[in-house]
Design a protein around this ligand. Structure first.
Ligand SMILES: Cc1cc2nc3c(=O)[nH]c(=O)nc-3n(C[C@H](O)[C@H](O)[C@H](O)COP(=O)(O)O)c2cc1C
Length: 353
């Protein structure tokens, strides 16, 4: 069976993916990740209006700094969409205008199975099947549903520790990765009249996400049977991330992520990023906004205090005043310094920098 890196010929095993982080994963970050032999995902998120501009910016970076091994028919990156909020027609338009579409498209948080199916079909036809479809799923049931409507090339298995949005009801990677892989293989095996998926022309691959921040985490998910790792939180401390200094400093400072981060809708409500499907919340560092919400401070009062913090710029993340959202996963305590994204990728693969 071909390894996952065969489909992305500029990449080096083990495959390291930079998760699409809305507003944060821009052209420089994804270029740096892919140039180091990983695959960076540009975040379109819920707003597709800046996608063409970001893809053009990436292409000009690529023309000044080509990525060795990159194929000529696709861009050596992926693009990530948050389906409940993104406009499929705009996405199809932006991608079909490209002579070379991205090598992969990452689909997350559909409001229904039908929506996921429409996106997978729409993207495949817009890119003439050149973009592989990656679907991020946080539980076994979502993965099986995804097979029926989207037939993903890659499953991104999102564990409970993941930073940013994910399902409240989800398991840690140590149990989720093997169970989800077994369930998907069994499902395909049954479709194939029994037996395992090795007889399939191109069985799906599996990338694990959630709580991986260093080489030990990467080795662990490989031992569980995953083909690669996707990371968000660790890349918040990349030099190339589009991130406020206050946010990045708060990530570096936070530790003991199981104790000091929480998956909640408090931050979405205060920021006005509402509309997530039932069952999704965003994991971030616990701050005064969350503490006040839990204490019973009214939403109006909490929002007023949040707006004051927002007006204070980077100070809105400072101790004693920390109300600005710091989306990050439980691995935040393993993120100690800002580094070049390329060095992070190499370090995750076990190369000494
Ligand atoms: C700040 C931040 C923003 C994120 N934005 C997105 C997004 O726009 N689309 C998406 O599919 N996932 C998003 N995620 C979730 C990631 O896809 C991934 O599941 C997660 O980062 C993995 O866990 P980790 O943060 O522990 O590495 C985001 C994560 C973070 C930390």
């Amino acid at each position: 069976m071909a390894s996952i890196t065969a489909s992305y010929p500029w990449t080096t095993a083990p495959l390291i993916a930079g998760a699409p982080m809305r507003l944060i994963s821009g052209p420089s970050l994804v270029h740096a990740i892919s140039a180091a032999g990983g695959i960076g995902f540009l975040a379109a998120g819920t707003d597709v209006s800046t996608l063409s501009e970001n893809l053009s910016a990436f292409k000009s970076l690529l023309s000044t700094s080509p990525i060795p091994g990159a194929p000529s028919d696709v861009l050596p990156i992926g693009v990530g969409f948050i389906l409940w909020g993104a406009d499929l027609k705009l996405a199809v338009k932006a991608l079909s205008e490209l002579p070379e579409p991205p090598a992969a498209v990452w689909l997350f948080a559909p409001s229904s199975s039908e929506e996921l199916g429409s996106w997978a079909n729409g993207i495949r036809s817009a890119t003439k099947n050149k973009s592989k479809i990656w679907v991020q799923a946080s539980c076994v049931a979502d993965a099986i549903e995804a097979i029926k409507v989207a037939n993903p090339d890659v499953f991104v298995i999102q564990g409970a520790d993941a930073g940013g949005h994910g399902r409240y009801a989800s398991a840690g990677l140590i149990s989720l990765v093997p169970e989800l892989i077994d369930a998907v293989r069994e499902y395909y095996g049954n479709l194939n009249g029994g037996g395992d998926t090795s007889s399939f022309p191109s069985p799906p691959k599996f990338v694990a996400a959630g709580g991986i921040a260093d080489e030990r985490g990467v080795n662990a998910i490989l031992a569980l049977g995953a083909d690669g790792a996707a990371l968000g939180t660790r890349f918040l401390a990349a030099e190339e991330a589009v991130i406020r200094k206050g946010y990045q400093d708060a990530v570096l400072k936070a530790e003991d992520g199981g104790n000091n981060t929480i998956r909640t809708d408090v931050y979405d409500k205060l920021r006005g990023t509402i509309g997530w499907p039932e069952g999704y919340g965003g994991r971030g560092v616990i701050n005064l906004s969350y503490v006040d919400a839990i204490k019973g401070v009214s939403f109006e009062e909490n929002e007023k205090l949040y707006k004051v913090a927002e007006g204070a710029g980077d100070k809105g993340w400072e101790e004693g005043n920390a109300r600005m959202t710091t989306y990050a996963g439980t691995a935040v305590g393993l993120v100690k310094k800002v580094a070049k994204a390329g060095d992070i990728v190499r370090e995750l693969r076990g190369q000494r920098i």
